[in-house]
Structure formats: structure tokens, C-alpha cells
Design a protein around this ligand. Sequence first.
Ligand SMILES: [Zn+2]
Length: 101
Amino acid sequence: MLLHLLVPGAAARWGFPERWQRAWGIMLATMVVDLDHLLATPIFDPRRCSIGFHPLHAWPCIAAYLLLAVFPKTRLIGMGLLIHMILDGIDCLWMGFSAVG
Ligand SMILES: [Zn+2]
């Protein structure tokens, strides 16, 4: 969860040094996509992979986020969403490793 705050912060500082606070704010706002977890039962399951399960974490949505990141006007939103998906994806990988080990 902490990474969901720090990675966008680092990306904002690195990509937008002179207005990183604003960039960070916009990327943090993209965390609302996790609201789709509220549609699932149970709402929280630590052994479930979000990617491909929740409606806003499905592959067609991820493709749309890529598209958002291409255009300058929506780039920050797209980047924030993609960073979120990558972090959620890393969570899934860790889950896979712990299941094997
Ligand atoms: Zn998520």
C-alpha cells in the first residue's frame, strides 16, 4: 500500500520536477479505480489477484489506460493508472511465489 503512494511520488518528481506536487496529486487521484473492489465479494481477499478480476483492472481497461498515457492532456491520469496496475501486478507475482514456496 505504501508503494502506491511512493512510486507515483517518485515518478512525479522525476518526470515533472517543477510541478511534481500537482502531478503526484493527479496520480494519487487515480487510486479511485480501487473502488471497483467494492463490487466484489468478499471485498478484500489477500489471496486474490486484482489484475483481470476487478472490472477496472481488466486487460481492456489497461489498454485504455495506455492510450490515456499517450496523450499529453490525459498523460498523468494514464500514468497513474498504469503505475497502479503494475504495482497490483507485482502483488500478484508475490502471491504466486508464496503459493509455490
Ligand atoms: Zn488496484
